[in-house]
Write a protein that binds this ligand. Structure first.
Ligand SMILES: [Zn+2]
Ligand SMILES: [Zn+2]
Length: 357
């Protein structure tokens, strides 16, 4: 088995010039019994990458190598690894470690482990830095490394590792059965996955977006109904109709949360996986007409990840995805497109073998 000491990657070294990456060598965490080394083939660009490198989400531990929608091939497996072998095509998402011993982990909720380690801009307990997927390789615990079904293309599977699971998990957890009426707010990286999953699970999908620009796309993705949320009283015909809303909007400005809540049935849930910079403002009274709930969700557990990948393979679900070969220029181009929201609906870095050997 290949034993690599150092990996290479495209790192952000200056928050004020964060799309200008530099190729650096780095030392991954020490190789442990349950670890695998993955030679990376593709990595999606996620909104979190942009929020992190620009400092919008707080402290950045420079140099940082982002990317948490990773697909690659196992080139080394630790002696205790039992779920994977060298040569397997695998994916790694936004989390690379959890204790697997605490109450949350034991309940199968490892994405809420108080000791979890994110894929980048994070440190392991021993102080080793975690580096993401704009890199030649990643070293990761097998529990957070997922075998990719044969039917899925590498570049299609990549965005599922974060945008896919972030939307799949809350839909699956709250799914009550065929015909469930599911509202999706926002048609972007997250929203376009949400529409496809909600439809694939058997839901009746209502999409909310500003204006009519996204209508054709929403219907093509599987929505049965499209609602222009800029129309006055858009919510009224839907009062108490929806079982759940998954909010994928990334802005809370001019966001009419109260009207959305009124579309929910009694005890209906509004789950926001979009993480706007600014707060939502709401009075408790807004929850009294239907006893609805407001909440969020973080990634998805191992079981949900495996289920999602199998569902995508079985139903032929693929993201609408643009690929860009990875290089200093490619990373810059991809990040700039994402910052400008000029993406329909995901960008994935590919052609790793040309940049790393
Ligand atoms: Zn992400
Ligand atoms: Zn734990």
């Amino acid at each position: 088995m290949a034993e690599l000491k150092d990996f290479e990657g495209f790192a952000v070294t200056d928050v004020s010039d964060c799309t200008n990456v530099s190729k650096i060598k780095f030392t991954p965490k020490p190789f442990e019994d349950y670890d695998v080394d993955v030679k990376i083939k593709a990595c999606g660009i996620c909104g979190s990458d942009c929020h992190t490198i620009s400092g919008q989400w707080g402290h950045v531990d420079l140099p940082v190598i982002v990317g948490h929608e990773i697909i690659g091939e196992v080139i080394r497996a630790g002696p205790k690894v039992s779920t994977l072998k060298v040569g397997d095509r695998v994916g790694v998402g936004a989390q690379v470690w959890a204790c697997l011993k605490c109450e949350n982990c034991k309940a199968g909720e490892e994405t809420y482990c108080p000791h979890l380690v994110d894929t980048y801009n994070a440190k392991y307990a021993d102080g080793s830095k975690a580096y993401g997927g704009y890199a030649s390789h990643i070293r990761c615990h097998e529990y957070f490394t997922f075998k990719i079904p044969e039917k899925l293309k590498t570049e299609s599977a990549a965005p599922m590792m974060c945008a896919g699971i972030t939307t799949y998990a809350p839909l699956k957890k709250n799914f009550t059965g065929p015909g469930m009426k599911i509202g999706i707010i926002g048609v972007g990286g997250l929203g376009h996955f949400a529409i496809m999953w909600a439809k694939a699970l058997g839901g009746e999908v209502y999409v909310f977006s500003r204006g009519d620009k996204k209508k054709a796309d929403a219907l093509k993705l599987g929505a049965s109904h499209y609602v222009d949320s800029t129309v006055k009283d858009f919510h009224e015909p839907l009062t108490n109709k929806l079982d759940m809303i998954l909010c994928c909007a990334n802005s809370s400005q001019n966001f009419d949360l109260e009207s959305y809540l009124r579309t929910l049935r009694i005890n209906g849930k509004f789950v926001s996986v979009g993480l706007p910079e600014h707060p939502f403002t709401i009075k408790a009274q807004a929850f009294t007409s239907n006893a609805c709930f407001f909440g969020s969700s973080h990634l998805g557990n191992r079981e949900e990840m495996i289920e999602m990948l199998n569902l995508a393979a079985e139903k032929g679900i693929e993201p609408w995805n643009e690929t860009i070969p990875i290089s200093k220029e490619g990373v810059k181009k991809g990040l700039e497109k994402s910052f400008k929201n000029d993406v329909r609906y995901r960008v994935t870095l590919t052609d790793y073998e040309k940049s790393f050997n």
